[in-house]
Ligand binder design. Structure first.
Ligand code: EPU
Length: 378
């Protein structure tokens, strides 16, 4: 895969022709992030505090820090020699202390129509674009398909890494390909959808550990959005919201608005209450364990998977274990959604790890289920 040359006609000359455009829609958390990005110098700096760049607002300094606004910057030979961490929006990150290496903060802008065929449009975005702004821009251009993923924090470049998903859609379903820089081979390489091994909150990037070891940096992503659009409103909470709004035949914008409203009701805005969204994966258990749990806890929410396993709702398990709205010092589980770990102010990575371990222990004791954290630890 790494040796493949970019197919002519689909991939642009890397970094060229992308127009930096912004379509603000008044979402403060993301606007803040963008402002920070725009004000930062592009040359490397030392001992940079990363607390403004992680949505849990945890302290931690990078020994070296550089903002990347064009793919070509990644080819500087000295970057390849250093211990690296590739940072996007910092919305899936727990800082556990200082980082003794180089943080490359991905801020490559640009979004555009790459090509169009009878069935679909192909839209490319620079890795540093804000995800939510990008989704709203596609809707404004008349290219629906990503609306169910409205208001997810973070950047476009990070979206495929954990295959972000919400309200019945995972980004892998609309993903076409991406371009990344390989620091070892000193070359850009394309990654097709079939290479990505997308699964629930998972991809080749996580499976190979590239998101942790700085082996490669995603510079741009292409999405394939079918021209024939049908609403994806099977998720019960979404269909209920549309019904409450008296919308029988939703437009893509109706779906985006409904999802924005649902998320704003139960998920804290990281600009106001620092958090990383869902803190744990929804656990997958085998059928026998699900049956045993159901016998003991008849209200247990469960979602049978195609492979025979059963997905459980971590938020429900955490609430039943008594952790909804409960804190250990400055870190606890949010009162409106028990799956969201929040920093009430002044927390460190150690505080996060203490609360995480306590929640895991209590859920394990009550349900014999292991909870795996969703964010990565630096
Ligand atoms: N629940 C509770 N108590 C809670 C929270 C949830 O009992 O405090 C129950 C709900 O009543 C429901 C079930 O748990 O029966 C599932 O809850 P919900 O629909 O809110 O979704 P979730 O499983 O908690 C997942 C994703 C979210 C995504 C939503 C909507 C994961 C780890 N989380 O949450 O993704 O927005 O579904 O699709 O898969 C994220 O990854 O950061 C994220 C927010």
């Amino acid at each position: 895969m790494l040796s493949k040359a970019p197919p002519a006609g689909v991939y642009p000359k890397i970094g060229m022709g992308l127009t930096p455009l912004r379509f603000a829609d008044g979402k403060p958390s993301q606007a803040d992030n963008d402002k920070i990005n725009e004000n930062l110098p592009m040359h490397p700096r030392n001992h940079v505090d990363l607390s403004p760049f992680n949505t849990l607002a945890l302290p931690g300094k990078a020994a070296a820090y550089q903002k990347i606004t064009a793919p070509e910057q990644l080819a500087a030979p000295d970057l390849a020699k250093q211990n690296r961490f590739i940072l996007g929006g910092g919305s899936n990150l727990v800082m556990t202390g200082d980082f003794d290496g180089l943080v490359l903060h991905m801020a490559i802008p640009g979004k555009r129509l790459v090509k169009e065929d009878a069935e679909a449009v192909y839209i490319e975005s620079g890795a540093g674009e804000n995800w939510h702004d990008f989704v709203q821009w596609t809707l404004q251009q008349g290219w629906p398909g990503l609306e169910n993923l409205s208001l997810i924090p973070g950047t476009v470049g990070a979206a495929p890494i954990q295959n972000i998903g919400a309200y019945g859609l995972e980004v892998g379903e609309c993903f076409h390909s991406l371009t990344a820089w390989d620091f070892e081979k000193q070359a850009f390489f394309p990654v097709d959808r079939s290479d990505c091994r997308f699964a629930y909150r998972d991809s080749i990037f996580k499976q190979e550990g590239w998101h942790l070891n700085g082996r490669m940096a995603i510079t741009s992503v292409i999405f394939r959005l079918p021209k024939i659009w049908t609403p994806n409103n099977r998720y019960a909470e979404l269909s209920n919201e549309l019904a409450a709004r008296d919308i029988a035949a939703p437009t893509p914008q109706d779906i985006a608005s409904a999802i924005i409203a649902i998320r704003q009701r139960k998920l804290p805005d990281p600009a106001i209450i620092p958090n990383t969204g869902s803190f744990f994966h929804n656990p997958l258990v085998d059928q026998a364990q699900a049956d045993a749990l159901l016998a003991k806890f008849p209200a247990l929410p469960r979602y049978p998977q195609p492979d025979g396993r059963v997905k459980l709702a971590a938020g429900w398990l955490i609430e039943q274990a008594g952790w909804k709205g409960k804190y250990l010092g400055p870190v606890g589980m949010y009162e409106k959604q028990a799956l969201v770990l929040i920093n009430r102010g002044g927390a460190t990575g150690a505080d996060v790890q203490r609360t995480m371990a306590a929640v895991q222990a209590d859920v394990k004791a009550k349900f014999a289920v292991d909870l795996t954290p969703e964010p990565i630890f630096l």
